[in-house]
Design a protein around this ligand. Sequence first.
Ligand SMILES: *Cc1c(COP(=O)(O)O)cnc(C)c1O
Length: 391
Amino acid sequence: MSDFENYQPETLAVRAGTERSQFHEHSEAMFLTSSFVFDSAEQAAKRFIGEEPGNIYARFTNPTVTMFEQRLAALEGAEQCIATASGMSAILAACMGLLKAGDHVVASQSLFGATVNLFNNILKKFGIETTYVSATDVAQWRAAVCPNTKLFFLETPSNPLTEISDIASISAVAKECGALLAVDNCFCTPILQQPLKLGADIVIHSATKYIDGQGRVLGGAVLGGKKLLEGVYGFLRTAGPTMSAFNAWVFLKGLETLKLRMDAHSANALQLAQWLEQQPNVARVFYPGLPSHPQHALAMTQQKSGGGIVSFEVKGGKDAAWRVIDSTKMVSVTANLGDTRTTITHPASTTHARITPEARAAAGISDGLIRIAVGLEAVVDIQNDLARGLA
Ligand SMILES: *Cc1c(COP(=O)(O)O)cnc(C)c1O
């Protein structure tokens, strides 16, 4: 990637990682093949024992997947990227590669629901314990460290309240304690935030969200140093939660427009958040790009913009929130985010329904809370769609 070191992100997004076949195609080829042919028995043997680089079998590597990995690595400023079948399999692969029975994880209490289930219900069965701490209170991270703590795990901004974790400060605590810091960079993408540059050791992506950006396919990635990720690649190669070549090709096309889309999502979200703040039936708006956000200053040093996710609390609790959602005619009532199409969800009854009402209240997720992943439609049309239920 040395040729690309001096290029800007928008250039990397369209150019980095491309490798042409003997046909000299301009756009990246989709290599739909499960295995690769060797010239001789000797070459096969050398490839298998790692004496000669090259493709063997698509559970290990595939040229289309490799191009996606190289492009995303260039954008994150990472030595290595390992593509996976989904965002959750990226988190699983990172944990399986980096942790063992008896290890301890300190994690933000504001994590994606399936990530919490993975830590609590799956990794716990294999002897890995997790302690949850505030996303925003660095002292809690330090206080939770045990002699066997190996990993810190966070998302910033968090879902749905857009809390900002201070990556540089938390990474300094991790380093002091001999732990690794992994950041799920799904909401910002490398266009808005580069956690490795702020001291994180590992970046996780659900490519399903903004990297695809058009709601088509599932995928994920683990990024970091080459040496550090050896075990993660070993897990992937053996256990097989590999990204398909087709999905990698879709993500390559998604990356080409990532900068344009993130800028447009952010501009639309800021405008919508400002409008929501002025609506009489909106009690509170959560958006890092607003000066009213308690961590606006930190967000603006850590991220290039507020991003595309806006949450807000309507007056009148669940009934009022459901009325807003059910009165929409355009925005999609769906679970995905990071799509060109605006999506709307009621966290208390969907993504956070499985936790107790007390735990929900403690996490600040009220019954009146609505999360919007702002799409690329005209903001006035999104406003009009919400205004009906807010009236
Ligand atoms: C969606 C999401 C994931 C999981 O990704 P999948 O591709 O759905 O497996 C992980 N983290 C965050 C922050 C997400 O939004």
